[in-house]
Ligand binder design. Structure first.
Ligand SMILES: Cc1cc2nc3c(=O)[nH]c(=O)nc-3n(C[C@H](O)[C@H](O)[C@H](O)COP(=O)(O)OP(=O)(O)OC[C@H]3O[C@@H](n4cnc5c(N)ncnc54)[C@H](O)[C@@H]3O)c2cc1C
Length: 508
């Protein structure tokens, strides 16, 4: 009897992971991917020898034996790969010159506590609470939330799950419901007041997310993979191919084929038809539900979600290749601006500047990659797309950033060898993500509970179709979507009535 087959849409990390676990469990799988490379959002691009990384700042699971590490071992992504663990998460300065005050967000909670109290003795109580929370989250195994799809847990397993979560119930409730903005507002010190909401990406992120990041940085479980994000994704692609999977690049799925309310295959844009027993969509959620399936299998909940229930984060990334060695200067600094900068139609009062000299493989010797990411509205760019204005605006944004960098690194303009600007439309074009979203639904205090409870991985009334990836895991992130791909195959194994098994590459 031949193996059952699975078609996977998308070779991002979720799709690649789903493919690997499908192969480990004896299915014949194939992945269809629009682009000509794997990784989706987990990517990097080469411009004249500069590798501009577009994704991983911190990879949860980079530390041996720690939460999320198991999934990377199974996917062959960490074996032999060095990781860089920063002692400082980032610096936040209230200016540029020698008079600027700087807050250093150390990964070590003891060091962080001492430093914050030195900056602001008046905020001691808040600082103790914050650093104690980080210490607590060093013990929290976030990966357990996805070890098994919630729908598969038996009463006994629910009990065990409850026991594991119980010690964290209070910190989760307290820090999961408070946003970085709300926390920052409690501080008396003007630098810390402004720094907190600007530290962890966006102001309405739950403080817990930032604490968990610092906690994992401290335990060396949130490192940067040497070689960057595309090399990391390629390792999973290789693992999938070595397990016997097939990837079709430049193969965009137009429709998911359905017969008697069961998914039976896909039709590509070139009209090729492929059949399978199961279909997993690891692609953009809106595209799968409303375009590939014509919006036929939705309920009120799904409609509300895609009608704007949660926020989406899109951004501009300005990447610069500079003929200057920035080694020895802080790699990640957020500058709080007194005079906001107008970038792509919106005023910005903080700018995050990062260089990648901690990984010499990303730039030619003696040179540096500088990256600045700024939240930016999709609609702004869409309005000017297809006209010369779009290119002009990209150059203008790069120029504004370079002017600002001149104040930090005098003379840097003359050293710029490569300028590259990715807009929300670039993200949409290369990965199909709706509105250029970088992480599906943004992780905010509103989505926190949905993240903990999990979203449905099936659609109402449709059999043999499973969803995985960042659109069913609020907040996304590379380890969470890898677990999501794993969960999709766990669900299929359960439907088939067979046990779910895993292997690590070294075991065969
Ligand atoms: C700037 C940035 C920084 C980030 N930083 C981090 C970080 O530090 N740590 C972290 O863990 N995460 C980070 N993330 C988030 C993380 O990258 C994403 O959440 C994750 O990679 C999403 O993976 P995915 O497989 O669900 O989706 P995607 O990566 O979007 O993959 C979907 C794939 O499906 C393909 N596809 C879409 N439609 C079709 C179709 N019709 N037919 C065929 N193929 C299709 C796409 O081309 C794409 O390859 C960051 C993301 C960005 C953009």
């Amino acid at each position: 009897m031949s193996n059952k087959s699975i078609i996977i849409i998308g070779a991002g990390v979720a799709g690649l992971a789903a493919g690997c676990y499908a192969q480990m469990n004896g299915f014949d799988s194939q992945i269809f991917e629009t682009h000509d490379i794997p990784g989706g959002l987990c990517t990097a691009w080469d411009r004249k020898g500069y590798i501009f990384d577009g994704c991983i700042h911190y990879l949860f699971g980079s530390g041996d034996g720690q939460p999320f590490n198991q999934v990377w071992q199974e996917l062959g992504a960490v074996q032999g790969r060095p990781f860089i663990n920063h002692a400082e998460f980032m610096r936040i300065s209230d200016g540029v010159g020698p008079d600027a005050r700087t807050f250093i967000a150390y990964a070590d909670p003891d060091r962080l506590e001492a430093h914050m109290k030195e900056l602001s003795p008046a905020d001691s109580k808040l600082i103790t609470g914050f650093c104690d929370g980080i210490r607590q989250f060093t013990q929290f195994d976030m990966a357990m939330l996805q070890a098994k799809p919630r729908s598969q847990l038996s009463a006994e397993e629910w009990g065990q799950f409850g026991l594991k979560v119980m010690p964290f119930a209070l910190p989760l409730a307290k820090w999961g419901r408070m946003s970085a903005q709300e926390f920052g507002d409690k501080f008396q010190d003007p630098l810390l007041r402004r720094a907190l909401p600007n530290m962890f990406g966006w102001a309405d992120i739950p403080v817990m997310v930032g604490m968990s990041l610092l906690a994992f940085m401290y335990t060396h479980n949130a490192g940067f993979p040497v070689g960057g994000s595309l090399a990391f994704a390629r390792a999973i692609e290789q693992r999938y191919l070595s397990l016997g999977g097939q990837i079709h690049y430049k193969a965009q799925v137009e429709k998911i084929l359905v017969e008697n309310d069961r998914a039976i295959g896909v039709r590509l844009y070139n009209d090729d038809i492929h059949h399978a027993d199961y279909v997993i969509s690891a692609a953009d959620g809106r595209g799968a539900i409303f375009d590939m399936l014509g919006g036929k299998y939705v309920n009120r909940e799904i409609k509300r979600t895609y009608d704007g229930r949660y926020r989406i984060h899109s951004q501009v990334q300005v990447s610069l290749g500079v003929n200057r060695d920035l080694t020895g200067t802080p790699h990640s600094v957020t500058y709080l601006l007194d005079k906001p900068l107008l970038i792509a139609g919106e005023e910005r009062d903080a700018l995050w500047v990062k260089h990648y000299n901690f990984d010499p493989s990303l730039a030619p010797a003696g040179k540096s990659c500088i990256i600045v990411m700024v939240e930016s509205n999709y609609a702004y760019w869409q309005r000017i797309y297809g006209r010369r204005l779009y290119d002009t605006e990209q150059l203008q944004v790069a120029d504004i950033i370079i002017d600002f960098l001149e104040t930090i690194y005098p003379g840097i303009r003359a050293d710029v060898e490569v300028k590259d600007v990715a807009t929300p439309l670039s993200y949409e074009r290369y990965t199909g993500n709706w509105l250029g979203s970088t992480c599906g639904w943004l992780m905010t205090t509103k989505t926190m509970m949905t993240m903990i409870q999990g979203m449905d991985k099936t659609l109402p009334g449709l059999g043999n179709l499973y969803l995985c990836g960042q659109w069913v895991e609020p907040g996304g992130s590379v380890p969470v979507v890898a677990m999501s791909g794993r969960n999709a195959v766990q669900l299929i194994c359960a439907q088939e009535g067979r046990p779910f098994t895993t292997q690590e590459p070294r075991s065969f």
